[in-house]
Design a protein around this ligand. Structure first.
Ligand code: FE2
Length: 411
């Protein structure tokens, strides 16, 4: 016959189990959740001293996760070998006297006694040993009734699953971090290789040393001002560095010719975006739009560009950015057939080519970045360091141009 006090105890156990269920699944940090879970268990069985141990499978030892009623400074880890794990009954409470008859008990495990353990419960989840609960002396009766042992098993099961999930999560997080690091390393290698390529491309043209590097810098500055995502900024950066890679097949004599190019030489030069595309599209880069940007960096808004004579909105923003970055650098550096333009001259040239060669909206952004850099509003200038401002350059030139472009855009 079931006594009233047994029913009361059972109800208390059920309510405590419900509390435990809520605690282990709450949004608190893992350590806080486990501490509260241990407190719920000690409350259920009137145990003032207890510890929750987690199994470190690499070190093959039980480590202190959380505790109650004693100082953790005195804790020593307990080594548990595979043969001992095999001998444990899963989530079954062991009395200290029973533990002492198990091969698991040795001078190392004597630490259990030192920490007031009277009951030891090895925790298993999905056949994996994940930790243990150590319960000290009870304030009420010293031993556990069968019904209490059953409740303890349920509690142990609950906590074991939580420990297991957390360790899965930790392992997954470690794996993700490991992969992230591998990806970062790979990206660095990529970037180093790409920089080396860019240097090789630029070395071929003695008049445009570091051209690709500067184009990349200008393009990144515009993309950033446009609010592009980091991944897309990286794409335009690499596109800037590699856009002229196709020039490696063109005769250096043609590239460095100091006089006007013949028609055949001009058409030879015009092959380079297609060749850049052909070379890069054979490589599995992590930047989806890279080859598209590179192929079209000589397209124009009026459709007079090459290789595909795209026009207007057929040109993506990336292509428009690269086109202005490339042309602006060409204008502001010496060429075999002409001296470089001053900044004011180059800006007016861009303005005069709006709608025909360049896109007005993207040019507007480019001017704005330049204005910010000249006014010292940006942390790190990306365009300015690459050419000397003309003596007595008047910054209001940009302001006036910007006002004109903005007015034209809103008309
Ligand atoms: Fe080019």
């Amino acid at each position: 016959m079931v006594e009233k006090k047994d029913i009361t105890r059972l109800l208390f156990s059920i309510s405590s189990l419900a509390d435990l269920g809520q605690e282990v699944t709450s949004a608190k940090s893992f350590n806080d959740r486990m501490k509260t879970a241990l407190y719920v268990v000690t409350g259920m069985f009137s145990v003032p001293k207890a510890a929750l141990l987690v199994y470190n499978s690499n070190q093959q030892r039980l480590e202190l996760l959380t505790h109650k009623g004693f100082k953790d400074t005195a804790w020593t880890n307990i080594h548990v070998k595979a043969k001992h794990i095999k001998s444990f009954s899963k989530n079954e409470p062991y009395s200290l006297s029973k533990i002492k008859t198990n091969s698991f008990y040795n001078p190392d495990t004597a630490a259990l006694e030192k920490f007031h353990t009277k009951t030891f419960i090895p925790l298993f989840a999905k056949d994996e040993f994940v930790g243990a609960i150590c319960l000290g002396k009870r304030l009420s009766r010293p031993s556990y009734l069968q019904s209490e042992k059953n409740v303890l098993k349920v509690v142990a099961n609950h906590i074991a699953i939580t420990l297991h999930n957390s360790s899965l999560f930790r392992r997954l997080t470690n794996k993700v971090n490991e992969n992230k690091k591998l990806y970062e390393d790979m990206r660095h290698i990529y970037h180093d290789t790409i920089q080396a390529f860019a240097a090789a491309i630029d070395a071929k043209d003695r008049y445009t040393r570091n051209h690709s590097y500067r184009v990349a810098k200008y393009a990144v500055a515009i993309a950033r001002e446009l609010g592009w995502k980091e991944k897309d900024i990286e794409t335009i950066d690499v596109a800037g560095l590699l856009h002229d890679i196709g020039k490696i097949i063109i005769d250096s004599g043609v590239i460095n010719k100091g006089t006007k190019l013949s028609l055949s030489e001009m058409s030879e030069i015009k092959r380079h975006p297609q060749v850049s595309y052909d070379i890069l599209s054979k490589i599995r880069f992590p930047w989806r739009d890279l080859v598209h940007f590179v192929r079209h960096h000589h397209e124009r808004m009026d459709g007079m560009g090459y290789p595909d004579a795209l026009q207007g909105e057929e040109l993506s923003d990336g292509v428009k950015i690269l086109a202005i970055a490339d042309a602006f650098d060409a204008m502001t550096t010496d060429r075999p057939y002409r001296r470089k333009l001053s900044l004011a001259e180059a800006l007016h040239e861009v303005k005069n080519c709006l709608g025909t060669q360049f896109d007005s909206r993207i040019s507007n952004v480019f001017f704005r970045v330049l204005q910010k850099e000249i006014n010292g509003e940006t942390k790190k200038a990306q365009i300015l360091p690459h050419f000397a401002l003309d003596k007595g350059f008047d910054p209001t030139v940009i302001t006036t141009l910007l006002e004109t472009i903005t007015a034209e855009l809103s008309a």
